[in-house]
Design a protein. Structure first.
Length: 108
């Protein structure tokens, strides 16, 4: 297994259980003081998960990048990982890009 991948912290959406210890804190730490979160998205993944590696956040979703389905899945997964409502997460930039900027409008 790749060392970088082994050192990465991973959170899987199914069941709501954090894996890798303290994943919710790792995602919260990646949120900037202004309330933004930069993510890189991989649509059509085999499983939904969030990986924080070296401060970079990667979000894997099973939804295809078709008519905003992947964007909705990213918002839902990030909200679930942070323990906030989906309505508190807004896509600011990157509607058609793999690199997205999310605005978090909830106290963490």
């Amino acid at each position: 297994m790749n060392r970088a991948l082994a050192a990465a912290r991973c959170w899987r959406g199914g069941g709501g259980l954090p894996y890798g210890g303290g994943m919710d804190e790792a995602v919260r730490a990646a949120v900037s003081p202004t309330g933004t979160l930069a993510v890189r998205v991989t649509p059509k993944a085999s499983a939904e998960r969030i990986v924080v590696e070296g401060g970079a956040v990667r979000v894997y979703v099973t939804a295809p990048p078709d008519k905003g389905k992947a964007n909705k899945a990213v918002i839902a997964l990030v909200a679930k990982a942070l323990g906030i409502p989906k309505s508190a997460v807004e896509l600011v930039r990157g509607e058609t890009s793999r690199d997205k900027l999310l605005k978090i409008d909830a106290p963490l």
